[in-house]
Design a protein around this ligand. Structure first.
Ligand code: AMP
Length: 195
């Protein structure tokens, strides 16, 4: 089993690269942002609570997203591997994920971290806001709060996986194809090491 975390600040291209990666490697895509947006779309109690936090550019509580990931893992027992996108975002989430995967004897194989400058992120997110229909992409203040949350809480997740030599930093500025090619080289290398 090959379990990948695609890591990076909002706007770093995780969604775009995820689509290409699941196609190439047949992984099951788990995006906590997508799972939360589908809860909002069906107006569940969880979705309505989460929306208030998401609209401020803050993180929803750890137990909510950990619960969602835990059920998603249970619902997909027979996959080649998972691509985690937007999760884990805090050290507590990383520790919880490691425990959940330990039970399945399928630890994280690699974390690919996309590196993009803050000004480029704001530019991309404002542009995405013109078409994405995402309320958290239209307001520059909210966008900057999301980037601040990333630096305050999420960057530590990379330190967690660095301890196990599982982090590969990749420049996230350039063409989609160039970035994809760099990610694939790293995945293929790690897959070889795993066999
Ligand atoms: P994303 O689509 O990954 O940019 O996530 C959009 C928003 O959903 C974030 O700004 C958070 O409010 C919330 N969210 C998504 N994933 C997580 C997570 N792992 N932990 C906490 N909040 C999350």
């Amino acid at each position: 089993m090959f379990n990948l975390i695609l890591f990076g600040p909002p706007g770093s291209g995780k969604g775009t690269q995820s689509e290409k990666l699941i196609d190439r490697y047949g992984l099951k895509h788990l995006s906590t942002g997508d799972l939360l947006r589908s809860e909002i779309a069906r107006q569940s109690a969880l979705g309505l609570e989460a929306k208030k936090v998401m609209d401020k550019g803050q993180l929803v509580p750890d137990e909510v997203v950990i619960g969602m990931i835990s059920s998603a893992l249970d619902q997909n027992p027979d996959v080649n591997g998972f691509l985690f996108d937007g999760f884990p975002r805090t050290s507590a989430q990383a520790e919880a994920l490691d425990k959940l995967l330990e039970h399945r004897q399928a630890p994280i194989s690699v974390m690919i971290a996309l590196d993009v400058s803050e000004e480029e992120l704001v530019k991309r997110l404002m542009k995405r806001g013109e078409t994405s229909g995402r309320s958290d992409d239209t307001n520059e203040q909210v966008i900057r709060s999301r980037i601040t949350e990333y630096h305050n809480k999420t960057a530590a997740v990379a330190d967690h996986y660095q301890k196990f030599d599982k982090v590969k930093m990749i420049a996230g500025e350039g063409s989609i194809e160039e970035i994809f090619a760099c990610i694939c080289i790293e995945i293929d290398l790690r897959k070889l090491q795993q066999t």
